[in-house]
Design a protein around this ligand. Structure first.
Ligand code: SF4
Length: 325
């Protein structure tokens, strides 16, 4: 029997290279190997952006169009929208009954985000409880594994704890999902910080070739190379650490490293080698994306919602019976 993998992403709109290398490339591989449920976590978006939900729908469609453009196949993977499968809310409610508040308060992301996102009120029940909703998202499909980055691993542990407590209290329904640690390369933005829409430093999958060229040409490098004649150190260069190493061949890397350390090449020439590879990777994605229309995303989601709902209804029938409702 195919093993079940579940993963979701908040609706962030157009996808950038950070999303591509951080999750989507991995999803592409997983859809060939497992029975995958990939969902748009639109209720999760509300846990932090409850006061400004205007762009959730548009961002959902834009994101799913990019999913289709990179090659996620709605025939093979179930692509769905969390809020279209209301059973997630019911399961989260039941899990909420048995989840001790201290389990949620010790969640490192909860503390960090409350520190970082000071422009909004996160002292809400919904924000504290989002890992419970996440547990419902995952356990609804009896996932064998969840692909996550290392920073998300504590959430999966919490999901396992909730599954254990439910199984021990009522009846064994839920498997304890594995954490499928993704060894994704860390992609920084053009300013050297984490690539993010909110930092305005992202290279998008749908950026036109001249936009990609302009963005990567001005990406920060080793500050030692203020002048063309100043030697630099690739290991102190965000463009090298993030992009050159990911895209270039070993021969090209040797050329770039030596050229950088001896100042025999300038940063622009060095980056041009990488930019050619990035353009080659983005070209087919751009072409597929140009042929897609919003209705393609809506159609893929409608079919996926129906498939996800069928599984969710079965799980909830078991849950209600186990709990005695
Ligand atoms: S020459 Fe290349 S590796 Fe060196 S600082 Fe410039 S972009 Fe970075």
């Amino acid at each position: 029997m195919a093993r079940i993998v579940v993963s979701g992403a908040r609706p962030t709109g157009r996808q950038h290279l950070g999303n591509y290398h951080g999750a989507l490339k991995n999803w592409l591989r997983l859809q060939d190997e497992h029975r995958c449920f990939f969902f748009v976590a639109d209720w999760h978006a509300l846990t932090t952006d409850w006061a400004s939900p205007e762009s959730v729908d548009e961002n959902t469609i834009e994101m799913v169009l990019d999913w289709l453009a990179v090659g996620l196949d709605p025939e093979r993977a179930t692509l769905f929208r969390q809020s279209a499968v209301k059973e997630h809310a019911e399961l989260a409610l039941i899990f909420g009954m048995l989840t001790p508040v201290p389990w949620l308060e010790r969640n490192p992301t909860y503390k960090e985000q409350r520190e970082q996102l000071r422009d909004r009120d996160l002292s809400t029940f919904g924000f504290l409880g989002y890992p419970v909703l996440q547990a419902a998202d995952i356990l609804m499909y009896k996932a064998w594994a969840v692909p996550v980055g290392i920073d998300q691993a504590p959430h999966i542990e919490l999901t396992r704890e909730i599954a254990r407590r439910f199984n021990a209290t009522y009846r064994r329904i839920f498997p304890e999902p594995e954490t499928l640690l993704t060894d994704a390369p860390k992609i920084v933005g053009t300013d050297g910080r984490k690539m993010s829409k909110s930092y305005d430093n992202a290279v998008y999958l749908t950026d036109a070739p001249d936009v990609v060229e302009a963005k990567l040409s001005r990406m920060v490098t080793d500050p030692r190379r203020a002048r063309r004649t100043d030697p630099g150190e690739p290991n102190d260069c965000p463009a090298y650490l993030s992009f050159h190493r990911l895209y270039c061949t070993p021969d090209e890397l040797r050329y770039q490293e030596q050229g950088c350390r001896t100042a025999s090449i300038g940063c622009l020439e060095c980056k041009q080698i990488t930019i050619r590879h990035v353009q080659a990777e983005l070209e087919p994605i751009r072409a597929r994306r140009a042929a897609l229309r919003p209705d393609d995303a809506r159609g893929a989601l409608a079919a996926g919602n129906a498939r996800a709902r069928t599984v969710a209804e079965q799980t909830m029938a078991e849950v209600r019976q186990a709990v005695g409702l």
